[in-house]
Write a protein that binds this ligand. Structure first.
Ligand SMILES: CC(C)(COP(=O)(O)OP(=O)(O)OC[C@H]1O[C@@H](n2cnc3c(N)ncnc32)[C@H](O)[C@@H]1OP(=O)(O)O)[C@@H](O)C(=O)NCCC(=O)NCCS
Length: 176
């Protein structure tokens, strides 16, 4: 159901693999600033990253795929993008980018392409995502990719690097 690759002007997305562990750990998974608004704690070792990749590539109850973002210039890992299909008619997603690459429009590019692909699929009517209510950069990515803000989901998600209490999140979607 999910394609092998996505391609944009700056990026190629391909399925994550065990060999990516070093680049992911060094590039962003251990970075406290990158993981601040995420549902997982920073990795402490490459073994943490390897365990995460093993979970990504194992069977899941829902159809899903985790891609790494590779720069077209150098083929190096810049981040990751998770796409999930909780029900046949809609997708949701999550994304992360190494800090060195923030602010260049890369994630907007990736999300725009995935939304274009999703909404060109006859069976898919909705693609949506959430971010911590204070995660302005992620909210901007979704706005710039043409997603409409649907509302504030109160106490929606655990973001353990900020608080032990569930956090309010913004919900964004594109539909057809
Ligand atoms: C969120 C994230 C993926 C954005 O990726 P990116 O490629 O840097 O995003 P873009 O360059 O396409 O756009 C970022 C936008 O947010 C804005 N922005 C960045 N940091 C910001 C901040 N602290 N406050 C307000 N706006 C901010 C940028 O100015 C830009 O908007 P603009 O084009 O209107 O100026 C990246 O910051 C990241 O990986 N963050 C950590 C992980 C994360 O939060 N993932 C999302 C979980 S929901």
């Amino acid at each position: 159901m999910f394609p092998e690759t996505f391609k944009t002007a700056s990026l190629t997305l391909r399925p994550i693999q065990l060999e990516d562990a070093g680049a992911i750990f060094d590039g962003y998974a251990r970075d406290r600033e990158v993981t601040r608004f995420l549902v997982w704690r920073p990795h402490r070792s490459r073994d943490d990253t390897l365990a995460y990749i093993k979970r990504c590539v194992s069977d899941h109850p829902l159809p899903s795929r985790t891609y790494v973002l590779l720069g077209n210039e150098d083929g190096a890992v810049r981040g990751a993008f998770d796409v999930r299909r909780p029900a046949p008619h809609y997708l949701d997603y999550g994304y992360v980018l190494a800090k060195a690459w923030w602010g260049r429009g890369l994630m907007t590019e990736a999300l725009t392409e995935i939304a274009r692909w999703a909404l060109a699929n006859e069976a898919i009517w909705r693609i949506s995502g959430v971010c911590d209510a204070e995660n302005r950069a992620s909210a901007r990515v979704m706005e710039k990719a043409g997603f409409a803000r649907e509302g504030l989901l109160r106490r929606w998600s655990m973001h353990p690097n900020i608080s032990d209490e569930p956090r309010d999140c913004l919900s964004y979607a594109r539909v057809r």
